[in-house]
Design a protein around this ligand. Structure first.
Ligand code: ADP
Length: 262
């Protein structure tokens, strides 16, 4: 729908904004380091003339870096959680067309959804961004095509199973996106959740996708985990706590919950 395309364009703009910021920040730091190196060289050579110019350049660059940080913080603050009782299967099925258009024709997309999935309480817009981002990463890992499967399932985590995930014993919903792509090396896997970590060329990767997904899962009381094998594929799983309260009326009537794209 038009709203979904609008949302996709908005997300692309957000990606460009953050990717652009990281790139600008790097340029600014390069400028500061360059000025400081010139200042040091002049001082060592006993030349104090012209130092003012380099100091002013370093100060100007540092001020630009501070302005960029403010923009990044303003962006991060907008990512506040607006939690609602969410029927994840409905959310995934409503995203179908958007995901299909985004991953392109070479990728076979399918779902494996638990029919009696428990509900969760989380921000549906952020969950949607997370799933879309995981599908984009999966597509990028399969340049000559492959398969993406979106799974959902109910999990009663007890003892070892819970403590391995650093979660309390209890009921969780698992949402996972699997691909048959390149997989990650141990080095990439170890850093994949780090903000700004990317192996993609500048302008293509922001390195923020997985870090935002990780933040979203933790803030929702859950976890994000990656299982990956080089040459075989990757599965990213979100574990979100089951919602135990009463269902809002709309869900009891079997209608889709509010998925308005604002
Ligand atoms: P970005 O996609 O902008 O690079 P992410 O934080 O989403 O940022 O991912 C970080 C890195 O993790 C990617 O650059 C890539 O190397 C690796 N990665 C993420 N998802 C996958 C995947 N499905 N398969 C293989 N590698 C992946």
């Amino acid at each position: 729908s038009r709203q979904q395309l609008f949302q996709a364009q908005k997300m692309e703009a957000v990606g460009q904004l953050t990717g652009g910021l990281a790139h600008d920040f790097n340029n600014v730091l390069t400028g500061i380091i360059g000025s400081l190196t010139l200042i040091e060289a002049r001082i060592r050579a006993g030349r104090r003339d012209g130092l003012d110019r380099y100091i002013a350049a370093a100060q100007g660059a540092a001020a630009r870096a501070a302005a960029l940080t403010h923009r990044l913080l303003a962006f991060a603050r907008r990512q506040t959680l607006d939690a609602k009782v969410t029927e994840i299967n409905t959310l995934i099925l409503n995203m179908g067309e958007l995901v299909r258009q985004t991953v392109g024709r070479r990728v076979k997309l399918s779902t494996d959804l638990e029919p009696d999935l428990w509900t969760v309480c989380c921000d549906p817009n952020q969950l949607e961004s997370a799933i879309l981002n995981l599908c984009l990463n999966a597509r990028d890992a399969m340049p000559s095509g492959g398969c993406i499967v979106i799974h959902t399932g109910n999990l009663a985590l007890l003892g070892r199973a819970a403590s391995d995930l650093r979660l309390a014993n209890g009921d969780y919903i698992a949402v996972a996106v699997s691909d048959t792509g390149t997989g990650m090396t141990t080095e990439v896997l170890a850093r994949a959740f780090d903000p700004f970590f990317t192996t993609k060329p500048i302008g293509q990767g922001t390195g923020l996708g997985l870090s935002m997904i990780h933040g979203f899962a933790e803030q929702s009381g859950g976890r994000a985990r990656i299982a990956s094998e080089p040459g075989a594929g990757t599965t990213v799983t979100l574990y979100l706590p089951r919602y135990h309260g009463a269902l809002p009326e709309e869900i009891e009537k079997g209608q889709a919950i509010d998925l308005s794209f604002s």
